[in-house]
Design a protein around this ligand. Structure first.
Ligand code: PLP
Length: 413
């Protein structure tokens, strides 16, 4: 089973953890984050970008402080999508550039963004523009804005999660843009800095994503010309780079993508192009480990019942996949009763919830798994703990362990 080679660094950590808590009464579930792997990965993403392209991190994927501390010097800034995320970032990072996006912003959140001096606000509707203009006027400030546009793009290839290109609540539908641009001309308290697109998540193909970006840039150039827009300095092309949970050996090819961006650079028209990626930045650094409580058979299937579940690691259920995992054998078995085990078969890995939906992996081949072993799920650093319904059944929360980066992160120049 494919598992990031860095996972082997975790084996001694797991072993120590098990010694600490691995009694019959307290089987283990734990999140482990490899900050050194995160540092290397994020550093390589930004290093590959050609001039004129910037990578912001969408903190909704994982906003833990050690994760953000690792990423702050390696990325160009953070994208936040709520007042809570905004306050969290500002309380820990006084100077990191912030962009504020997301649907359904309240007046309180818009005010907070103006007061905390965000780099840009991504506005989702004409009504949000009106409210922002009113708040900016009251404060005597100018609001830096990107209009998020929901655009129907010819030949757009759908992924498993589409945010636009079809009717969705996100952004301003393309046909309403002329009206918004006319309104903006009469409202100097808002500066139109650019346009924002985030039409999809889970993009796995670099060439397809480059074509999509090319279409965005062409569209912006046409708007700039047709509406004589003189204040633009950027295009935000969203996040959406996917992680291939189903075929982990075939991940999005960032080096090829970055090389393609160099060719795309002529279409930038002098504008800075910003990414706000979440999943692809942090998924690879995280692991979710569960201790096996039972191994049992029902009809023609074998179930590995492990400590924790989808209330702690919702990613497989949210994405509808069988999550890859690896069994870490734990030889220590202090009990006098027999140890349930299976060899050379296919299993479903389930958690402790009273629902058949608590399924993390299915039809997955294992060589050998026993009660007391650990099953470890990689690619658990993004949209994992942070999207899970933690207190369902009130099980104890998993431990969160951060393996520190080995050397201090180097700053971006
Ligand atoms: C507006 C916006 N930007 C960025 C992201 C991050 O997307 P991803 O984690 O797929 O890169 C999201 C995710 O939902 C989003 O809605």
């Amino acid at each position: 089973m494919a598992l990031n080679a860095n996972a082997l660094r975790w084996v001694p950590v797991f072993e120590r953890l098990r010694q600490e808590v691995g009694t019959d009464d307290a089987p283990l579930s734990s999140y482990l984050y490899d900050l050194e792997a995160l540092r290397c990965h994020a550093g390589s993403l930004t290093a590959a970008l050609p001039p004129g392209f910037e990578l912001f991190y969408a903190i909704k994927a994982n906003s833990d402080e050690p994760i953000l501390k690792t990423l702050a010097p390696l990325t160009h800034g953070f994208e936040v999508s709520s007042g809570g995320e905004l306050a969290w970032v500002r309380s820990h990072f006084a100077d990191t550039p912030i962009i504020f996006s997301g649907p359904g912003k309240t007046n309180t959140e818009l005010t907070q963004a103006l007061d905390l001096g965000v780099e840009a606000l991504h506005v989702e509707s004409r009504h949000e523009l009106e409210r922002l203009a009113w708040l900016a006027r009251e404060r005597g400030v100018t609001a830096p804005v990107l209009l998020r546009v929901n655009l129907a793009i010819e030949g757009l290839q759908a992924t498993t999660l589409m945010m636009g290109g079809k009717p969705t609540p996100f952004g301003i539908a393309g046909d309403q843009l002329p009206d918004c641009l006319a309104w903006l001309r009469a409202h100097p308290e808002i500066t139109l800095r650019g346009f924002h697109f985030h039409l999809m998540s889970h993009q796995l193909d670099a060439a397809t994503h480059l074509r999509l970006l090319g279409a965005y840039l062409d569209q912006v150039r046409r708007w700039r010309h047709d509406y004589d827009l003189s204040t633009l300095d950027q295009v935000n092309v969203g996040g959406g780079i996917g992680v291939n949970y189903r075929e982990p050996e075939r991940q999005f090819d960032w080096p090829t993508f970055a090389a393609g961006l160099t060719e795309l650079s002529t279409q930038r028209d002098g504008l800075t192009v910003r990414f706000e990626c979440g999943r692809y930045v942090t998924a690879f650094c995280g692991y979710y480990a569960m201790e096996v409580i039972d191994v049992k058979h029902a009809f023609d299937r074998t179930f590995v019942v492990a400590r924790g579940g989808t209330h702690q690691f919702r990613t497989p259920y949210a994405q509808g996949h069988s999550h890859p995992f690896r069994v870490l054998p734990v030889d220590h078995w202090p009990h006098s009763y027999p140890r349930p085990e299976v060899r050379g078969t296919r299993v479903s890995v389930v958690g402790q919830l009273c629902t058949p939906k608590d399924l993390l992996a299915y039809d997955a081949p294992v060589e050998h798994v026993r009660a007391g072993d650990l099953v470890v799920f990689p690619y658990a650093g993004a949209y994992a703990w942070h999207i899970s319904h933690h207190d369902f059944l009130r099980h104890p929360h998993p431990r969160h362990i951060y393996l520190p980066a080995e050397s201090p992160a180097s700053s971006l120049d």
